[in-house]
Design a protein around this ligand. Structure first.
Ligand SMILES: [Zn+2]
Ligand SMILES: [Zn+2]
Length: 283
């Protein structure tokens, strides 16, 4: 018997857009990235093979995600599984409808499960954090947990990813306690979630025009900056050749390498905000 699954009580459509909203990019033959308003979803797998959906978009985007999926994989196609990098509202916005429609398993890190089973709310976003207009409007962002009941499972302890052969997950906490990034050693492809992003996500202007530059995790939701720094350093050490992040455009080779090195080595100065509720600067 399936349990009833539901969104948090503060679930709602968020009127935020970027010029890339509705745009899809084939990053690799088996890695497709599509922007839902201001957040990215990934479809991993070649057309006409098994595939997986990574993250579940903004609130009220289920129809769009199903259309994007069927455009790429064919009518009535469905992923083998949905993998969540973390459970923030902009990464689980369509999850309830998608589970109901596709009837596929969903996986997230064990430490993220309280936020995905209705047990624990995320800390409220911090509209006072240094950054810009998106940071200021973040007070309207939902933080109450979805309840996916027994439809969500913990990722396998051995680092493997169901339905994603050759990929493994790495625990990259800081932005969220159970945040994971996905890495494929063979071609050094990285799906980084919000561990770092390629747009200054706090700034409405930069989000709208998607001005590409590597940044630390979105500030209004990041609560543990020490862990966030260690996570970025862990990802930089992988020397990825291509990265898709939760927000912003895909980034490749030199631009990725240089940007990530700089972010890792100067994290305290460039990523950690000068002020904000979750900042505890040790000067
Ligand atoms: Zn997030
Ligand atoms: Zn996000």
């Amino acid at each position: 018997m399936d349990q009833h699954i539901s969104y948090g009580d503060d679930y709602k459509y968020i009127p935020a857009v970027s010029i890339n909203s509705g745009v899809g990019v084939e990053v690799l033959p088996d890695l497709y990235c599509h922007t839902i308003q201001i957040v990215n979803i990934c479809l991993v797998g070649k057309p006409e093979t098994d595939f997986v959906l990574v993250d579940a978009g903004m609130p009220k985007s289920a129809d769009k995600i199903i259309t994007v999926t069927e455009d790429r994989f064919g009518a009535n196609s469905r992923p083998k599984a949905i993998i969540l990098t973390h459970g923030h509202f902009d990464h689980v916005g369509a999850i309830v409808e998608l589970i109901d429609y596709w009837e596929v398993p969903v996986y997230a890190h064990r430490l993220e499960l309280p936020f995905l089973t209705g047990k624990m709310s995320y800390p409220e976003s911090d509209p006072s954090v240094e950054g810009g207009l998106i940071a200021k409007m973040s007070s309207m962002f939902p933080n109450e947990p979805v309840d996916l009941g027994n439809r969500i499972k913990a990722l396998p302890d051995d680092g493997s990813l169901p339905g994603m052969f050759g990929w493994r997950w790495l625990h990259t906490p800081g932005h969220a306690p159970g945040h994971v990034s996905l890495f494929r050693e063979a071609d050094r492809s990285l799906i980084a979630g919000d561990a770092f992003v390629t747009v200054k996500q706090e700034s409405l202007y930069k989000v709208m025009v998607q001005d590409k530059e590597i940044h630390g995790p979105p500030r209004y939701f990041t609560t543990d900056w020490e862990a966030a720094k260690e996570s970025v350093q862990k990802l930089a050490a992988l020397k990825p050749a291509v990265a898709v992040t939760g927000h912003g455009e895909p980034i490749y080779n030199e631009e990725l390498f240089n940007g990530l090195e700089k972010l890792a080595s100067e994290f305290d100065r460039v990523a950690v905000p000068d002020y904000g509720r979750y900042v505890n600067r040790k000067h």
